[in-house]
Write a protein that binds this ligand. Structure first.
Ligand code: SAM
Ligand code: SF4
Length: 326
């Protein structure tokens, strides 16, 4: 196990396999004018497999595949099969918008994928269309059904947006009554390709939980698992749980065990940093595994203490979450 300069273990990699997407979520991308990376600038599957092998030797045990939308990249399932063979990796999971996912779920279950995070910000078709700029709610709900049927642990990610979907807090919470899902409400971050949507964030984690408690007064706090980014709750008698992720307020940095690899192969040791290592350039210039390892270790020994420190060291955040992976 490898530790950073603040004595936090680094055990979890979030790997963006593409920056492309079939939705245009309001909080993630502008409606038009997105400049996707040219293909040669995106890591090949071979390059990604290699860097995961190197990181697994350093103690990374868990990889979450994200994007962009992972399922818009051809060959994803073959890549997952290759990852499943890597020694030391014991948890492969995915984050998906669910539009193209349903047909792959039996294969994901067979591969041993433990959990899938499904993005779903509303159960109302018109609002879904407005938020994602595509009319795909039925396909996403099909994926949800298929995940539950396959017995894959399912987390629903819902970004809470002022003036867009705060009326969905209660219906999304209601889902936990009959479904064994973990619904997680996420504070909106300024990673939308344009900069912040608001002068101040009105819907903080505190307000989100107050709103839910107003409708479900017997909401109970659960013990959070180690390294959890969500504060977790349950309503007695409900099958599922709810969680709130203070992604903008950044309350969880003290136990952060994650690193991120963007689709173009830039290492981020904090969600809010600007990228700390060009792994693609290193690999393409012929670096050996030992040289890659040394470069990773150096980056891990300079991690910012928290997302505020990381943000201070860079220009204003304007990138899209589709390049980072969430
Ligand atoms: N396309 C996949 C999806 O939507 O699930 C995976 C990539 S997406 C960038 C990963 C997660 O980041 C999603 O759950 C999404 O809701 C979240 N996300 C994107 N932009 C965000 C933002 N500005 N603030 C908070 N969460 C965001
Ligand atoms: Fe696509 Fe996911 Fe971003 Fe939505 S949040 S635009 S689904 S990458």
């Amino acid at each position: 196990m490898i530790y950073d300069n603040h004595n936090r273990p680094i055990s979890y990699l979030r790997l963006a396999v593409t920056d492309r997407c079939n939705l245009r979520c309001f909080y993630c991308m502008p409606e038009e004018g997105i400049k996707y990376l040219p293909k040669h600038q995106v890591l090949s599957y071979e390059e990604m497999e290699r860097l995961v092998r190197v990181l697994a030797k350093l103690g990374v045990e868990k990889v979450r595949i994200t994007g962009g939308e992972p399922f818009v990249r051809a060959g994803l399932m073959d890549f997952l099969h290759r990852l499943a063979e890597i020694d030391g990796l014991n948890d492969i999971s995915l984050t998906t918008n669910g539009v193209l996912t349903a047909p792959h779920i039996p294969a994901l279950a067979a591969l041993g994928v433990k959990s899938v995070n499904l993005s779903l910000d509303t159960l109302d078709r018109a609002r879904f269309h407005k938020i994602t700029r595509r009319d795909e709610l039925p396909a996403v709900l099909k994926t949800l059904d298929a995940l539950l049927e396959a017995g894959i642990q399912t987390k629903i990610n819902a970004v809470v947006m002022d003036g867009q979907n705060t009326q969905d807090l209660v219906p999304l919470t209601e889902m936990t009554r009959t479904m064994p899902v973990d619904v997680r409400f996420i504070e909106e971050m300024p990673f939308n390709g344009e900069g912040s949507h608001y002068p101040v964030l009105n819907w903080t984690h505190k307000r989100i939980i107050e709103e839910i408690r107003a409708h479900f007064p017997d909401l109970q706090k659960l013990l959070d698992p180690p390294f959890s980014t969500s504060a977790n709750y349950q309503i007695p008698g409900h099958q599922g749980t709810i969680g709130v992720i203070a992604a903008f307020s950044r309350t969880f940095c003290g136990t952060c065990n994650r690193i991120r690899m963007t689709a173009q192969g830039t290492l981020k040791t904090c969600l809010y940093d600007d990228g700390v290592l060009d792994v693609r350039a290193l690999m393409r210039s012929g670096a050996s595994d030992e040289e890659l390892t040394t470069a990773f270790l150096k980056a891990f020994s300079h991690r910012p203490a928290n997302g505020f420190e990381a943000e201070q060291k860079r220009d204003t955040v304007t990138e899209s979450m589709s390049t980072i992976g969430g």
